[in-house]
Design a protein around this ligand. Structure first.
Ligand code: SF4
Length: 618
């Protein structure tokens, strides 16, 4: 009976130039479902403990979920590997069409291991799998390589993931470019791909994804569409993408300015939807099968950067390459974001690193390179550093390209006091002083400081209700439970692999109904949250095995030492008592011991520890 899975995982060993088609075990589907779930289990099982992220043995994997490639709305895919930035588990998400094409080619995932002796790209068309030479593509940016592979294959319908120069040079926050405007940005999967001498993966497929109960599935999908259309939040996303969050966060005092020295920015309106719609936007586009159309395609029509084709400068890039660098010209921020995209750098970590360097220069800890005015607000300095990091073409760029954690260690002195990261992942554009649950979410996120594992900020700053009670942003009480529930929801639905934005509209019961009717196995909402808890604990086991020190479940020093100097959160900062209290409660609720390690009872409850090990050579 059809069940929305294709039943096969494709393993390509670049060292041995071997290709293997592996069946997807029944137990893996039942206990980990797909997407993040498959990634959590397979990375734990396939990565030899302690392997360096850029070692050939580290797998780079791409996982759609059971709903990817069906008519379920707003479903995507993810890349999973060990992060060269954090040394921890990395799952990084992308929209577009690449994930669907993996399913159409007949696979529930791609597992890439080894290292090719020379640059190559993968060509996958259903059962045809070829490792092709890519010497001529090496050195090209992410979009050039994409276009040239389509030209070489005489097939514009190919869906392609590429790396830019940053990935080739193994910059630890290099991204994967999944078609022209979708990136798996965070954590450095692009460097893992570069270390494999793999420039691109091009996929085309002709196999349908068939669901178990077509009538029931159509009904569940219609319900999802009804919920999306009825949601005010979705209407805002449709009109502005995430750009409207700029003014929202700024008015609440959570918007980073000048390397998080402040939490509001006087010219934020220029970076948000008003500034962007005036200067850039021309029309809406969407990932395959998404009715939200959150992307705003546009162009810079005047001035120094005229001719640049733009997509929405989404909230995080507007914050971290804009206000966090003291830059208010949206066309300049668009230009900087575009440079990150084509060179293949995560714009969030790039913005964090540049902000760190500007503050280091302000404090006299580093000297600006000759001819560079390394002050907040200087677009040319930001461009100099982006080029320096991505292309490794100047000394300061090379230092910053290692991320702010390593850069601060190298510089020494008091530079750690303003190195904005958690576990090595640069802080997202939500300054959490004044929103304690948001701080806890960053402290405990599985891939380091991250806003995509549950973000309490919008609920906290609007004093909205959570589980029927209004939330006090400055209280510690209740934050551990709220963060844990959000994380489990996020991890469970990331097994499907949903778009975070769509969850503003679609209820968890509806995701469960789509999963049930697609697979033919009845699942309810609690299945998804239990699944999330299983995935979260599996990843915790991985991170602990790979050297995570639980004392790193903490926020950057600045959020303790430096009260917010102005704006709505003036005077706010964390105390160690607050974070310790929230963390203690969080560990207890998770079923972890006082040092942050899952207990054997917890592992038994989640069926972890008794599951088979996934092996490649079965
Ligand atoms: S909401 Fe935006 S990012 Fe999410 S699937 Fe739709 S178009 Fe893609």
């Amino acid at each position: 009976m059809p069940n929305a899975y294709q039943g096969t995982l494709l393993h390509i060993d670049l060292s041995g130039q071997e290709v293997q088609h592996l069946p997807v075990p029944q137990w893996l589907r039942e206990t980990f479902v797909g997407g993040k779930g498959f990634g959590a289990k397979l990375l734990y099982d396939l990565l030899p403990a302690g392997t360096a992220p850029l070692d050939p043995a580290t797998p780079l994997m791409f996982f759609p979920g059971p709903l990817t490639g069906t008519k379920a709305p707003s479903i995507r895919a993810c890349a999973v590997t060990k992060s060269p930035l954090t040394g921890l588990f990395l799952d990084s998400y992308f929209g577009g069409e690449f994930g669907q094409e993996i399913k159409y080619a007949g696979y529930d995932g791609l597992i890439i291991t080894g290292r090719a002796p020379q640059p190559v790209y993968l060509y996958i068309a259903d059962t045809t799998v070829e490792i092709r030479p890519a010497a001529s593509l090496w050195g090209q940016d992410a979009l050039e390589a994409n276009a040239n592979i389509k030209r070489e294959c005489e097939d514009p319908s190919l869906k392609i993931v590429t790396i830019g120069q940053a990935g080739e040079k193994r910059v630890p926050f290099a991204l994967l470019s999944c078609e022209f405007n979708r990136q798996a940005g965070r954590g450095g999967a692009g460097a893992v791909m570069g270390a494999k001498n793999l420039k691109a993966v091009a996929v085309r497929g002709e196999q349908l994804v068939k669901v178990a109960d077509p009538e029931g599935f159509t009904k569940a999908v219609a319900q999802a569409h009804t919920e999306l259309e009825g949601s005010d939040d979705i209407q805002v996303l449709r009109q502005t993408g995430t750009a409207s969050a700029v003014e929202f966060a700024n008015e609440a005092g959570l918007f980073p300015a000048n390397n998080f020295q402040d939490s509001s920015f006087a010219k934020a309106d220029r970076l948000g939807d008003k500034g962007q719609s005036k200067h850039l936007w021309l029309g809406n586009i969407a990932c395959l099968g998404c009715p939200i159309y959150c992307s705003k395609i546009g162009a810079i029509r005047h001035g120094k950067y005229a001719g640049t084709i733009s997509d929405t400068v989404e909230y995080e890039s507007a914050g971290l390459l804009g206000a966090n660098l003291g830059i208010s010209d949206i066309r300049a921020v668009t230009h900087l974001t575009r440079l990150c995209d084509v060179f293949g750098l995560d714009s969030m970590s790039a913005g964090g690193a540049i902000g760190f360097a500007m503050e280091a220069a302000e404090k006299g800890i580093i000297d600006a390179p000759d001819g560079i005015d390394l002050t907040f607000g200087n677009v040319e300095a930001a461009e100099y550093l982006i080029r320096g990091m991505a292309l490794q073409e100047n000394e300061l760029g090379r230092l910053l390209s290692q991320g702010v954690r390593r850069a601060a260690v190298a510089l020494g002195g008091d530079s750690e006091a303003f190195a904005q990261h958690t576990k090595g992942l640069e802080t997202p554009a939500w300054g959490p002083r004044g929103a304690l649950g948001t701080g806890l979410a960053f402290m405990t996120a599985d891939r380091g400081g991250c806003h995509q594992r549950g973000l309490p900020a919008p609920i906290e700053i609007t004093h909205d209700e959570y589980n029927g009670k209004p939330v006090d942003p400055r209280a510690t009480e209740g934050k551990a439970a709220m963060v844990m529930e959000m994380q489990d929801f996020s991890a469970g639905t990331d097994a499907l692999v949903k778009c975070d934005f769509a969850t503003a509209g679609i209820a968890i019961e509806t995701y469960a109904a789509m999963l049930s009717t697609a697979t033919g196995v009845e699942r309810d909402a609690s299945f998804l949250t239990d699944l999330g808890a299983r995935i979260w604990n599996q990843i915790r086991l991985f991170n602990l095995r790979e050297g995570l020190d639980p004392s790193d479940d903490r926020l950057p020093k600045r959020f303790f030492r430096d009260p917010v100097p102005s704006g709505p959160q003036q005077g706010q900062h964390f105390t160690t008592e607050q974070t310790a209290a929230m963390l203690e409660e969080y560990y207890a609720l998770r079923g972890w011991d006082a040092s942050g390690v899952p207990t054997s009872t917890t592992l038994d409850t989640l069926s972890l520890g008794t599951l088979p090990r996934f092996v490649l050579n079965s």
